[in-house]
Design a protein around this ligand. Structure first.
Ligand code: GSH
Length: 204
């Protein structure tokens, strides 16, 4: 059984969402997202940075949400929700997966740390402004790519959209864009958020 260590409104939603899309059984273990618990030896043994999510499948334990997405697609997807390995579409699929988490989500994480997660005395206001400037070109590139498109790659929904949706969710939460400033990203996110599998994942 796949076990997903989860905290509401975190990247574990990506993993639950994918399990729902693929209709594969999984179990959710909701963890205490407090700083104290995440710094505990118990949780550090699960995740080296004390973050969420973590996933187990039998003897396999994985941290990093995008690795979980790729593992689940490769192991249980049966060719669904990702292009054929080695194809041109797969190159773009990989590009958008990595862009969404390693380039776009990174400054958003800095903003969240220095405006919400850290205690006041550890926050550096300049980091928030710098991160906003780093996030803006990522948002613009995403919005531009989505002109006349419903999905990142080709005409079909894929794992890349699950990854990007959560990044855009964070950007929206941080009020980095709205319907006027990035209309294509806004429409794209609204369409993805309407998917029943996403709605189920939000209830976890
Ligand atoms: N690249 C990691 C990022 C994990 C991450 O930043 N998780 C957030 C919740 S969505 C977290 O645990 N934040 C707490 C912290 O950074 O201390 C992944 O995709 O799993």
């Amino acid at each position: 059984m796949i076990r997903i260590y989860h905290a509401p409104r975190t990247r574990s939603v990506r993993v639950i969402w994918l399990c729902e899309e693929l209709a594969i059984p999984y179990e959710v273990v909701t963890i205490d997202f407090s700083r104290e618990y995440r710094a505990s030896d118990e949780w550090r043994a699960m995740h080296p940075q004390g973050k969420v999510p973590v996933m187990e499948d039998g003897d396999i334990t994985i941290f990093e949400s995008c690795a979980m997405i790729q593992y689940l697609l490769d192991r249980y997807g049966g060719g669904r929700l990702q292009p054929q390995a080695g194809s041109e579409a797969a190159a773009h699929y990989q590009q958008w997966c990595w862009f969404a988490e390693s380039s776009f989500a990174r400054p958003l994480g800095d903003m969240i740390h220095h405006s919400r997660l850290r205690p006041e005395h550890e926050r550096i206001p300049g980091v928030v402004e710098d991160a906003r400037l780093r996030a803006e070109p990522c948002l613009a590139a995403t919005d531009q790519h989505l002109v006349n498109r419903n999905y990142l790659v080709g005409d079909s929904f894929s794992g890349a959209d699950i990854i990007m949706a959560w990044t855009l969710f964070l950007a929206k939460m941080l009020e980095l864009f709205d319907e006027e400033s990035a209309p294509n990203a806004w429409r794209y996110l609204a369409n993805l958020e309407a998917r029943p599998a996403y709605q189920s994942a939000l209830q976890a």
